[in-house]
Every structure is written in C-alpha cells, then in structure tokens.
Design a protein around this ligand. Structure first.
Ligand code: SAH
Length: 250
C-alpha cells in the first residue's frame, strides 16, 4: 500500500486518511472491473466509468459489499463518504444509545442510486437505516443493492412524494410507528438552479438535476431540516447535514 502524507480533512479513524488505495494492486485483483481504467498505477478521475469501477472495487475489497449503480447518477467517492460516517460515529459515541441492545438507527435523506451512506454505515459500523429518496429510478437502484446484500432487515427504503419533500424532508416520510432515531444525515442537493453550477474539470460528474438542485438551494433545505428536527424533538438525537464548502455558512 502506497503511503502518502496524511490528509488533515480526513477523520483520524478513516483508513484512507494516510493510505491511498493501491490502484495497481487492485487492478490485478479485479482485472475485469478496474483493469481498463488503470494506467501506470493511476486512475483517470475525469472518467465517470473509472470512478464507478473504483467505487465498486473499493466497496468489494475493503467492505465486502456487492455494489453496482447506473451510469447516469452521481457516483460517490468512498473515502469522502466514509469520512462523514466516521465523524458521525464520533458524535454518537458522546452519549450511550437510549435503546440498547438494538443497533444504532439512522435516517439518510436522499440516499441516491448508490445508497452510499447505508452501504458504509451497515458494513463498517453495523448500523440500521431508514433511507429516503424522491427519485424512483435511484430508489430502484438502491433497492437492488439492498437485495444483493441481503440487507432487507437493515435498510428500510422509502419513497418521498415531491409535494412536501423539500419543505418537510423529515416529516414528509416519518410515521408514528417508526419510533426514535439516533441520527439523521443528509448530503442534499446544494443548488437552487442549474445556472449556479460550475462543473469541476478534475472530477467526473454524471449527476442528474434532482441530485444537484432543490427549491431554494441548500439554505432552504437545511432550514427545512432544522424546522423538522425541532418539531420532532427527542425522536431524533443528532441531525447532521453536509453543505457546499464556503458557500452559505458563516
Ligand atoms: N446520498 C448520496 C446522493 C446525494 S445527491 C451521496 O451522498 O452520494 C442528493 C439526493 O437527494 C438525490 O438522489 C436526490 O434525488 C435526493 N433528494 C433531493 N431532495 C430530496 C428530499 N427532499 N427527500 C429525499 N431525497 C431527496
């Protein structure tokens, strides 16, 4: 494994913090998936196919997960998404769960076609999830991942009708019988309109409009989540949300 300088933005318990994946070795282990995308030990990050192949192989090799997703949806980088899970795990450790010995239970709002947070939360931490999504096509892909891995009792997938989704992202899906949750997490669409987006030329992005745009952008989405979390009171212990770096947080 190639050792590189530690990346300070990464959580200390994130195994990718100071060990980047060895693409050359992985392409020998997974020649069909990764072989075509590795040249001289490097990967072309601008290729969406290469990004998807890398995520497939990392989830298989490092987490034992059988994973796939369609080409026309956002493919998550594993080290970055694992970081969120590690920070959240640290928050959860601040207080003992109130419902032991059951597993930690969380909600992932907008789980995407990749189901990435439940995939990592179940396989790395043993958590259970209620995962929501407005896009039926992405939800079908998420359902496929749940079934491939036999996680039907670990991951509850729920479609959210668009009508109330952005104004009540939590209350639009939560039912009384769902009980309490240890956390709500989300990596929401950040933008209010497609015109705000300037693509990063260094990474592949096959995202659909619903993955990037929500009415009012992230400010409206985070505000709605705060209102929902206040209304739900102690039913949800932590409410965490990723935001666009440097855009709206002061
Ligand atoms: N969690 C994945 C996908 C993030 S993209 C990842 O981190 O890679 C944001 C996702 O949220 C998209 O799949 C979009 O369809 C979904 N979404 C947007 N608004 C939503 C809402 N109000 N409720 C549920 N899902 C929503």
């Amino acid at each position: 494994v190639a050792r590189e300088p530690a990346r300070p933005a990464m959580h200390p318990l994130n195994p990718y913090r100071d060990r980047r994946p060895d693409y050359r070795a992985l392409s020998k282990l997974y020649p069909d998936e990764l072989g075509p995308h590795v040249r001289d030990g490097a990967i072309d990050y601008t290729s969406a196919d290469a990004a998807r192949a890398l995520t497939t192989v990392l989830l298989r090799n490092d987490f034992g997960v059988d994973w796939t997703m369609p080409q026309d949806r956002l493919c998550p980088p594993v080290p970055n998404r694992l970081n969120y899970i590690c920070w959240l795990n640290e928050l959860l450790a601040l207080r003992a769960p109130t419902h032991e010995p059951e597993p930690v239970r969380g909600i992932d709002i907008g789980t995407g076609a990749s189901l990435i947070y439940p995939v990592l939360g179940v396989s790395a931490m043993g958590w259970a999830f209620l995962a929501t999504e407005i896009d039926e096509y992405s939800l079908q892909s998420a359902r496929d991942i749940v079934e491939r891995n036999g996680w039907q009792s670990r991951v509850d997938l729920r479609h959210v009708a668009c009508k109330n989704a952005s104004t009540q992202p939590l209350r639009a899906v939560l039912r009384d019988e769902d009980g309490n949750f240890d956390f709500v997490m989300t990596n929401p669409p950040f933008f209010a309109s497609i015109d705000e987006i300037s693509p990063n030329p260094h990474t592949a992005c096959a995202a659909s409009v619903a993955e990037l745009v929500t009415p009012g952008g992230e400010v409206a989405f985070v505000s709605a989540l705060i209102r929902d979390s206040l209304a739900l009171g102690s039913r949800v212990r932590w409410c965490v949300c990723s935001t666009r770096p440097g855009a709206n947080l002061r």
